[in-house]
Design a protein around this ligand. Sequence first.
Ligand SMILES: C[S@@+](CC[C@H](N)C(=O)[O-])C[C@H]1O[C@@H](n2cnc3c(N)ncnc32)[C@H](O)[C@@H]1O
Length: 218
Amino acid sequence: MDVASPCQESGYLRRVMIARILFSSATDEWPTPRDFYAKLNRRYRFTLDPCATAENALCPLYFTKEQDGLAQDWGTHRVFCNPPFGMIGKWVRKCFEASLAGAKVVLLIPARTDTRWFHEWIQEKADAFYFVRGRLRFGQARHSAPFPSMVVLYGWGSKIRLAQCARCGQPFDAKRRDAKACSNACRQALHRNTSSAVDVTQCVTRPVEKHWKNQRPV
Ligand SMILES: C[S@@+](CC[C@H](N)C(=O)[O-])C[C@H]1O[C@@H](n2cnc3c(N)ncnc32)[C@H](O)[C@@H]1O
């Protein structure tokens, strides 16, 4: 049995501590990995980034902390939301409520399935959600995030079947249940090297007609 030496252990713990501090709610400025966003944007063509600064905004239309994206009307925009880590529950609720008013939302958040906000605003209400394989590396961070991430969809209907590309690891809208790759290039690469293929990530989808679809936010 492999046993980590005290040195290896302290190195690991140090990295975990650094990552924890960096990703604490003390800072909000952790931008979405560019390649991760690019894949999603290719599919969903986002028009609004409701939590941003002028420097890290992903769409020409965005809201800053001063404008307070939570208090704004998101209209019928196609929204990409990577919220500040400190107030995730409020943003999850806003995403759901905005979708009832016509917005289409993709939300990137830590996968915390034990939280109240997960059970209240995602579990039964999202069109789909899926868990990202591995850990994302946000912005210029040297280390990966100390938490797993999830992508949540509101307002797109149940036709969406998010999956994770078995080659490049990016999320994509799988047209077929057994789809494994996000593009022809990835499909061909997998075909050439089938040994590197891994299973498509399970995702959860919801039927279109759900009773809450017609509910107004409380
Ligand atoms: C995790 S970063 C996301 C940055 C960028 N939109 C992205 O996805 O790469 C969250 C951003 O939300 C901003 N923010 C914090 N509170 C906000 C609020 N109430 N309304 C709008 N933006 C806010 C922070 O300044 C920060 O830039």
